[in-house]
Design a protein around this ligand. Structure first.
Ligand code: PEP
Length: 258
């Protein structure tokens, strides 16, 4: 059984005080049942503080939004996997479309980052997704499969629960437009099939595949009802305790209210 993951990508937002308030509020209203994991991914300057607030909280993990693949040295502005571990990170987002787009990260970079994360016992949350032009040209599956292969082909993955993939169509990120549950399921099913080709069926069935792109309190239940969607990577809606709590508590809200 794959334990669902609800991951918050705070991007470049929040002061230390705002982050503290948000986590404290979230812990009051989000009730991750045992079989559900929540991963909070703040910017680097908040990692230690958020990590302290989450310490000892069952089902909560801490993730970074980026990592460099070298261990240490003259790489000004970069942060190594060991440093992330030192801050208490369990996860790291790799290859987000904003990093691929604004910072020109390539599949080769993503490969090196995934490899470094796996070697340091950090769970990579590898993001893949197509642009609107690529989608309209009918190239969605070709694009995401290329990104998946580029970052993963040749990696040594001993257990599928140490790897997370997020399918995030670029046109859906921060736009309020979401893929349909069936559309997201269809692309994610193709990604799982390719994981089977790369690592074998046992591992492919263990990997958590998330959907990301304007996930909110109103659409999370239908997305999570799809058999291959194992969670969500959430940007905007993770910056408010109530909306992210509703996402964390997906499909249980009615019973919680009673
Ligand atoms: C994201 O940045 O990963 C994301 C999915 O953002 P949003 O939920 O705001 O679309």
């Amino acid at each position: 059984m794959r334990i669902p993951i609800l991951a918050a990508n705070w991007k470049m937002n929040l002061s230390r005080r705002e982050a503290k308030n948000l986590v404290e509020d979230l812990l009051k209203v989000a009730f991750p049942v045992q079989q559900r994991e929540v991963v909070i991914c703040p910017s680097f300057h908040l990692l230690s503080e958020v990590g302290s607030l989450l310490e000892g909280k069952a089902n909560y993990g801490l993730g970074a939004q980026n990592v460099y693949w070298k261990e240490s040295g003259a790489f000004t502005g970069e942060v190594s996997p060991t440093m992330l571990r030192d801050c208490g990170c369990s996860h790291v987002i790799i290859g987000h479309s904003e990093r691929r787009g604004y910072f020109h990260e390539t599949d080769k970079d993503c490969f090196a980052k995934v490899e470094a994360a796996l070697q340091h016992n950090l769970v990579p949350i590898l993001c893949v997704g197509e642009s609107l032009e690529q989608r309209e040209a009918g190239k969605t599956k070709e694009v995401v499969l290329g990104q998946l292969q580029g970052a993963l082909k040749g990696q040594s993955v001993s257990s599928g629960d140490k790897l997370v993939i997020a399918y995030e169509p670029i046109w859906a990120i921060g736009t309020g437009k979401t893929d349909t549950p069936e559309g997201a399921e269809s692309t994610i099913a193709v990604l799982r099939q390719e994981l089977g080709n790369l690592f074998g069926e046992r591992i492919a069935q263990q990997v958590r595949l998330l959907y990301g792109g304007s996930v909110n309190a109103g659409n999370v239940d239908a997305l999570m009802a799809q058999p291959n969607i194992d969670g969500a990577l959430v940007g905007g809606a993770s910056l408010k305790a109530e909306s992210f709590a509703r996402i964390v508590n997906y499909q249980t809200q009615a019973s919680l209210a009673n």
